[in-house]
Ligand binder design. Sequence first.
Ligand SMILES: *[C@@H]1O[C@H](CO)[C@@H](O)[C@H](O)[C@H]1NC(C)=O
Ligand SMILES: *[C@@H]1O[C@H](CO)[C@@H](O)[C@H](O)[C@H]1NC(C)=O
Length: 638
Amino acid sequence: AHLWLGITVSVFVLSSAKMLVFFTVAAGLALIVLFFLRERFPYFFQDCAYMLRNVILAVRMLKCRKSKPFYSIVDRFLDAASRHPSKVFIHFEGRAYSYGEVDKQSNKVARALQAEVRLQEGDSVALFLANEPSFVWTWLGLAKLGCPVALLNFNIRSKSLLHCFSCCGAKVLLTCPELLDAVEEILPTLKEQGIRVFILADSCSVPDIVPLSVKISQASDEPLSPALRSNIHIRTTALYIYTSGTTGLPKAAIVTHERVWAASFLLFACGATAEDIIYVNLPLYHSAGFLIGTAGAIDRGMTVILRRKFSASQFWDDCRKYNVTVMQYIGETLRYLCNTPKKDNEKNHKVRMAIGNGVRSDVWSEFLNRFGDIKVRELYAATEGNIGFINYTSKIGAVGRRNILQQLIFPHTLIKFDVEKEEPVRNSDGLCIKAARGETGLLVGKVTQRSPFIGYAGNKQQTEKKRLRDVLKKGDLYFNTGDLLRFDEENFVYFQDRVGDTFRWKGENVATSEVADILSMAHCVLEANVYGVKVEGHEGRIGMAAITLKEGEDFDCSDTYKQVSNHLPAYARPRFIRIQPCLEMTGTFKMKKVKLVEEGFNPAHIEDQLYFLDTDKRTYVPLTEEIYRAISSREIKL
Ligand SMILES: *[C@@H]1O[C@H](CO)[C@@H](O)[C@H](O)[C@H]1NC(C)=O
Ligand SMILES: *[C@@H]1O[C@H](CO)[C@@H](O)[C@H](O)[C@H]1NC(C)=O
């Protein structure tokens, strides 16, 4: 018995010693593995944290999808309003509007409108409003009635405005006094079509435009029955948001409730919380300001500091005044901030995160230098697209990072693209060819049940143009983003150019955004817009840049030459420079190129100063009529 006991005890001792050794070894191994992962995969933990947030979001999305009745962003707003009715929802021009107030105001708007027109669930209404709190509560009111809302760009006029309005099939247009002139201009056509027009004003001198403000203030603020929107589900149209249209007329992207949720989740995915205060100075008619910023704030229950429009000089004062912690940017706005005169207190603010897209790496670095340690979350996504990336690791220059989870859930790929023909390269079987790692390719996202491509309202042809079939297999279907991207060895994603912006010269592709980055590093250059122009008797297009100069600077021919010749291959150097007082932008600060391309480089037709890169003299020289003639007659070889 003793023997047995001895054996048992020793086995036990032995095994616990073994266990101890085992645990020590295991812990050691785990540490080594973690250390290895950190060394070998420096982004492992950030990837995990990001994926975890995505899993949480996927679960929330699933819940929304399954819930009956459907739980929309409006329900989320109502929950926020009942949880913290007195919390400030919107700060605007010195006045604060609480969640409770906005809720009541939206009830009044909905009731006032309903008394005027019999709006049914599913009837579209177009909003042509400025960036004001009324934009938000009018939308909320309509959403409570189950009406899809078209967000018209308040910069567009006449034919373009009519086109956008007609796309969404609305029978009602709502506007504000500031935009009255624009509406009056198209009123005869609207009347012909039997469209009802309302204005958020106490009175209106134009006979066919009905003032609504008095009726709104007299309407009851009682909650509206959820039964009014009982047929809404995740695939119902919630909004129409218009593409910015750097070329041609804008297209109305159909935004379903699913998309609204996906975009509203981005603030959370980037790590924003209810305590954050977001500064929205982008137009509310676009996804960035409306969905990511405002709807995202509703999802988190945050406070929004709303501005009529972006102002570089007011920016940091506003951030300090309102304790802003999260800011949004788009296209060139970060550059505008960097171009403001330096101040001593510019690192004195609470902004911790900037969310947006389209920043170039030179501006990114400068922005961090000037304004301190702000996490820049560069996003890549299109309103109508079915794929996006987020830069959640702060790697400068990258628009994001792909991970396995995303690849599984939202299959996407880069395919080889022929810039000349502006179409994907296909093999002998008629299928597209995957771009090699590190190679620039066209981003396409597989259209699946989970990642649908809904398309554009009232525009079958444009919708079809964005569809790409027979990509990797016969009969498959992808969404063509129209963007050229590159994935590097570490899975970082880099935006290269938009299809159509990239041009070909001497058999090489020139990415205009890269050239613009280099050019704007020349000390005299403020901003650069790069494009390709046709030259008689040459294939492809040659590089040209429209630039603006820094205040008090003249165009420095030799420095600019040094800059482009040191950093760019010969074929990518802009051979022509056009000095402009300012660059023409779209409503979302994207540079307009089409007109510049058409105008070309003939000094007889262009009033702006023009320069020519003279390869013999190794500098830029003024582009004279002689030089122009010599180029046309091919005395000067390009
Ligand atoms: C900003 O924060 C400070 C200190 O935390 C506070 O005193 C101030 O009232 C805040 N400002 C606003 C507009 O909330
Ligand atoms: C990602 O964000 C960080 C800062 O948050 C930035 O330094 C980095 O450049 C970004 N990457 C890209 C590709 O933009």
